[in-house]
Design a protein around this ligand. Structure first.
Ligand code: ATP
Length: 399
């Protein structure tokens, strides 16, 4: 009997092979990164996002594009030029390869799965699960109408119940990276947290991710520097998470490779370091910035004048969100401890009173109930498996 799996070893489905007989060989060739071009088993669709060196598009699995009865399988594809035009193109390509290596090892319901990679002479195409619900920044700003700036959320807090659902999902993704995979993300921010159509929140962008540095002084895993319980942080309207630091004490290297990530989310130890840190405490700080934005609709550390912003971060100065529960404010204080060895680890964050609490608002957000979520996760996993395991192909491998 002929089944769809009978064709799995062929580069194209029979329908595509048949249609290709009618292609005009003299027609001008389409660039592979244009809408309508075919790359691997996908047809390029519209642009849905932009990164520093990438364009992100929708793409449709070819089998589903030419077979009208089949439901269209859409994915996202990040396209990075082989020659980005940057003076340090070699470094960009090296970082891209690192991103692919790390991302391809990940498998978690709150992490966007990588599906396939196609390397052509002109571009690299990274196919991954599509999240049609936008990023967390747009989710927060959309609640306040069109007057919001595109770079920071406004005073549009989503309420503690909804914040907890979103935050617990993101924190679970970070726990998986830190504890199960020993990886640090290093670019946790609202724009890198995307909403799947099922309502589940997932992290993306592993462009700065790295394996944890087990020898680094700031790594406080079980076997190295034992975690010391911090003394109770103070409770003040303007919270200061550490002693005063003078800007002159710090080395601020402005090169991407040195600091990396977005300044408003950077930890004090990262700002003080002249090289990128590989310790999980920096992700916990950035996650604290995400939590603060969820609870208040504002970023905790923001100032148009960069030296003042650096000063706020280095001294851990933020406005205590007095309208929030004491449990939420306590969690923020421990996530914004200036000394990384005093900051809560991700496991402690997940075990905090605020994360474990339940309120009536907890079931309101799409896919919020644990039983529904696990159903969604297994169906997503099934659909990802149907699309096949990760394939990395280079030009010349029969593409
Ligand atoms: N899987 C996806 N589904 C839907 N949209 C996506 C997806 N991946 C990325 N995007 C969109 O594209 C944008 C850029 O993606 P991404 O952050 O991965 O690119 P990048 O080149 O690493 O960016 P940056 O330079 O900011 O690090 C995201 O903010 C998001 O809006």
């Amino acid at each position: 009997m002929v089944t769809s799996s009978s064709y799995s070893s062929l580069p194209y489905s029979p329908a595509v092979a048949f249609l290709s007989n009618f292609v005009d060989a003299t027609a001008p060739k389409m660039a592979p990164d244009e809408e309508g071009a075919q790359v691997g088993n996908y047809v390029m669709g519209k642009v849905i996002g932009h990164g520093g060196f990438s364009v992100v598009r929708e793409a449709i699995l070819i089998q589903t594009a030419v077979e009208p009865e089949a439901p269209a399988v859409k994915v996202a594809v990040k396209v990075v030029k082989t020659q980005t035009g940057a003076s340090d193109n070699d470094r960009v390509q090296k970082m891209l390869n690192k991103e692919i290596t790390i991302w391809s090892q990940l498998s978690h319901p709150n992490v966007i799965p990588l599906i396939a990679v196609e390397k052509l002479p002109t571009d690299t195409f990274i196919f991954c699960e599509l999240c049609t619900g936008g990023h967390l920044l747009s989710f927060l700003t959309a609640r306040d109408g069109p007057s919001c700036t595109p770079t920071s959320p406004q005073e549009t807090a989503v309420g503690e119940g909804q914040s907890r659902i979103i935050f617990n999902q993101v924190a679970e993704a970070i726990r998986y990276l830190h504890e199960d995979m020993r990886i640090v993300h290093r670019d946790i921010k609202l724009e890198n947290i995307l909403r799947h159509e099922s309502g589940v929140w997932k992290i993306c962008d592993f462009g700065l991710a790295e394996y944890q540095d087990e020898d680094a002084a700031c790594f406080f895993g079980d076997t190295l520097v034992p975690f010391s319980e911090p003394s109770s942080p103070r409770d003040a309207t303007m919270t200061t998470a550490g002693g005063e630091t003078d800007l002159a004490d710090c080395t601020i290297d402005t090169e991407d490779e040195a600091v990396g990530g977005s300044l408003a989310y950077s930890s004090p130890e990262q700002l003080r370091s002249d090289k990128p840190l590989r310790c999980p405490s920096t992700d916990v700080w950035s996650l604290g910035v995400v939590l603060y934005a969820l609870l208040t609709g504002r970023l905790p550390f923001q100032d148009e004048y960069e030296p003042r912003l650096l000063h706020q971060i280095l001294n851990g100065r933020y406005e205590d969100p007095v309208d929030c529960s004491e449990e939420a404010r306590e969690l923020l204080r421990y996530m914004f401890r200036s000394k990384p060895e005093e900051r809560w680890r991700i496991g402690q964050v997940k075990e905090s009173a605020w994360c474990r609490a339940t309120t009536s608002g907890d079931v309101e957000l799409g896919g919020g109930r644990p039983s529904d979520i696990s159903d969604i996760f297994s169906s997503i996993r099934r659909s990802s498996q149907q699309q096949g395991d990760l394939i990395i192909r280079k030009a010349g491998d029969g593409i």
